[in-house]
Design a protein around this ligand. Structure first.
Ligand code: ZN
Length: 152
């Protein structure tokens, strides 16, 4: 969290463009002081527009799941919006010539305690080769192994 959904993307947008825009948005969010959100905590998803008429004319960034915290005042949220809007405008001007409308809005903020997160293992269990269990500190569900390489 937070998560951004970019709406209105032409389906043929190159992977390189998407990866670059994602990185710029993540870096922009990280740079907003007070927020304290790391770049890798920002999820960016793209929702392609299937309608050909008017394709790419509107690009909209929807922000969801921003945690409610006392220091996240209206001014701080406005700064976040401006940072993302700036990325969107730069992208639209450079890569979407037909674009005439760019919007960024915060759709939802949530209490941190209302969010459940599990980071899944990226390694397989060295004992049973399964992926049982969530997180490297918990034992493997299947065999009880820790999922860590021996000696660590
Ligand atoms: Zn195992």
């Amino acid at each position: 969290m937070p998560l951004l959904t970019i709406l209105g993307m032409p389906p043929k947008t190159s992977q390189e463009d998407l990866v670059n825009l994602t990185k710029r948005i993540q870096a922009a969010v990280e740079k907003v002081p007070i927020l304290g959100i790391r770049a890798d905590a920002v999820s960016v998803f793209y929702q392609p527009d299937l309608q050909k008429e008017g394709l790419g004319e509107e690009l909209i960034a929807r922000i969801d799941g921003l945690f409610i915290k006392p220091e996240r005042t209206a001014e701080v949220i406005a700064e976040l919006r401006a940072a993302i809007q700036d990325c969107m405008l730069t992208y639209a001007c450079k890569s979407v010539p037909q674009c005439t409308y760019v919007e960024t809005f915060v759709a939802s903020m949530v209490k941190p305690e209302d969010c459940t997160v599990n980071r899944l293992r990226t390694e397989f269990c060295p004992k049973c080769q399964g992926r049982g269990g969530w997180g490297s500190d918990t034992p493997c569900d299947a065999c009880g192994g820790t999922g860590r390489k021996s000696g660590k």
